[in-house]
Design a protein around this ligand. Structure first.
Ligand SMILES: Cc1cc2nc3c(=O)[nH]c(=O)nc-3n(C[C@H](O)[C@H](O)[C@H](O)COP(=O)(O)O)c2cc1C
Length: 324
């Protein structure tokens, strides 16, 4: 077993970790090396007070980054043992990774790792082709492998019932001027290393849309390019809703997203019904599930696109001065 991870191993793994998704692409994470262990922290300077007052979104994003870290280390032959929220007195420390017994990566680890740079949120309409059964099975299995559940909504009435909950939640959020101002502040009309570029924001919402969009996009839709009439909607949930559960859910989210990418599928996220407590409870009850919904995804076959920018990895590493 290795004594500890090196600065170089941290830098390489963190380069993959920062490809994880985050609310408004705020990238709310930092990474450090302490006593040979890699630690990932939520960055308090990158909280979204109006959109994410409880810190749920930051913990889910950090969990997703943690999953990429785990994959990167495993693929390099140095898998980690992970302890979540290791220091009760330091709640911002999301996880600590120490070296486990070195081994070869599994084929699944290799294919998920290869999907990291190809994954991106695709907010444009998808083709109407249905997602085949084997891909649905792989997506559910990905969530289960990370101790979460994935509910795929089957049938028009289930999707319509969900749409009602999601649109209600969206209306609640949109009534808050601070929420709207925060979203505006993270829209990027020119090249930037964080925030959501308008080119990635999807088309402008139109009254016939079934599901609410977050409102990052300002592009008009060519006639006939409406959203798919029967989207595949998937709800990811965890067994509880503690801070640890949210980090667990973030890891499951990333595993589902990378599995989708590996299956050739596109995904966009819509978390409005998770952010409004009454809508979240309505959603949970409508699914007949215990625990807590943590994310909703629209999954299908999309047009090609490209990943959004990230800050340079050195901006998110906290290294002792002599190791920089
Ligand atoms: C917790 C969380 C909530 C999110 N909610 C939404 C959402 O409601 N609508 C949306 O379009 N994207 C949502 N996203 C996706 C982010 O906006 C996206 O990950 C970020 O802009 C980076 O882009 P990328 O996914 O293409 O890397 C969410 C992501 C996370 C992690």
């Amino acid at each position: 077993m290795d004594i500890g991870y090196s600065v170089e191993q941290l830098r390489v793994a963190a380069t993959d970790a920062v490809r994880a998704p985050s609310l408004h692409n705020v990238q709310p994470w930092r990474f450090r090396l302490r006593d040979g262990g890699i630690e990932i922290l939520v960055d308090p300077a990158r909280r979204l007070p109006a959109t994410d007052p409880s810190g749920w979104g930051a913990r889910v994003a950090a969990g997703a980054a943690l999953f990429n870290l785990r994959l990167a280390l495993a693929v390099a032959g140095h898998p980690a043992t992970v302890r979540l929220r290791p220091y009760p007195a330091e709640p911002d420390v999301v996880a600590r990774l120490v070296p486990d017994v070195p081994r070869r990566p599994t084929p699944t680890e290799q294919s998920l790792y290869a999907a990291i740079p190809r994954r991106f949120s695709n907010r444009a309409p998808f083709w109407p082709d249905p997602v085949p059964a084997d891909a649905r099975w792989r997506l559910s299995d990905a969530a289960r492998a990370e101790h979460c559940w994935l509910e795929l909504l089957i049938g028009v009435s289930a999707v319509n019932a969900f749409a009602e909950i999601a649109n209600g939640a969206n209306r609640v959020l949109e009534r808050d001027p601070a929420y709207r101002a925060e979203r505006q502040a993270w829209i990027r009309r020119e090249h930037a290393l964080d925030g959501v570029p308008t080119a990635a924001g999807g088309p402008r919402a139109e009254p016939q849309d079934l599901l609410p969009a977050r409102g990052f996009g300002d592009r008009c839709r060519p006639p006939g390019r409406d959203f798919e009439p029967e989207p595949l909607v998937a709800v990811l949930g965890s067994t509880g809703n503690t801070a640890v559960d949210q980090v667990v859910a973030g890891q499951a989210l990333q595993r589902v997203l990378l599995t989708a990418t590996d299956c050739g599928l596109s995904v966009s996220m819509l978390s409005q019904p998770v952010e409004v407590p009454s809508a979240r409870e309505q959603l949970r009850v409508s699914l007949g599930r215990f625990g807590a919904p943590q994310m909703v995804m629209r999954i299908g076959y999309g047009q090609p696109g490209w990943p959004t920018p990230r800050r340079d990895v050195d901006e998110v590493l906290d290294l002792p001065v002599h190791q920089v």
